[in-house]
Design a protein around this ligand. Structure first.
Ligand code: PNS
Length: 157
């Protein structure tokens, strides 16, 4: 049985993330998705809200569970018994930072990170653009799960 951890800010989760989660759920027996803190990013939703939106968005996937965690990814990987960390890659621009995190996490704990490439139809999606569009009245309803569209509407009207 192979269990993987998919950590991310998910602030908020968008359809590109869901695609990675769905792919991981077909490749591995169990997927633990964790809303976590990226100290390099300013977001809008607290971890509770992000976990709630994720939970609704992955409810159709029986082998996927959702967590939130405010510590290190490697510590959560150990806690949940993950065999691998999984991350999505949209473009070469993601690679440098993702590689460095993967190497850091491997040096610290021995865990390996597996990368899943995003499909070209969703490789432009980014939470920061979703936040901007929602803030200034743009329509992002076909780019995020319904739970996220709802929460963004509640926040920005
Ligand atoms: O979706 P993101 O912002 O690319 O995810 C980055 C995230 C949250 C996975 C990363 O910032 C992280 O692992 N945060 C938890 C704290 C940690 O372990 N930091 C060291 C990373 S090498």
């Amino acid at each position: 049985m192979t269990r993987v951890l998919y950590p991310g800010s998910f602030d908020p989760v968008h359809n590109g993330h869901i695609e990675i989660i769905e792919t991981a759920s077909t490749l591995f027996d169990e997927v633990v998705v964790a809303a976590m803190i990226n100290t390099g990013k300013d977001g809008i939703f607290d971890l509770d809200d992000r976990e709630e939106m994720l939970n609704e968005a992955v409810a159709h996937l029986p082998n996927v569970s959702v967590r939130m965690f405010s510590g290190l990814t490697v510590d959560l990987a150990t806690e949940v018994g993950a065999d691998f960390i999984v991350k999505g890659l949209r473009a070469v621009s993601d690679f440098e930072n993702e590689l460095q995190m993967a190497q850091m996490n491997n040096a610290a704990s021995g865990i390996h990170t597996l990368f899943i490439p995003s499909a070209s139809r969703s490789s432009f999606l980014a939470s920061k653009f979703i936040r901007d569009f929602a803030r200034f009245g743009g329509d992002i309803s076909n780019m995020v799960p319904p739970a996220v569209a709802r929460k963004l509407k509640e926040r920005y009207g």
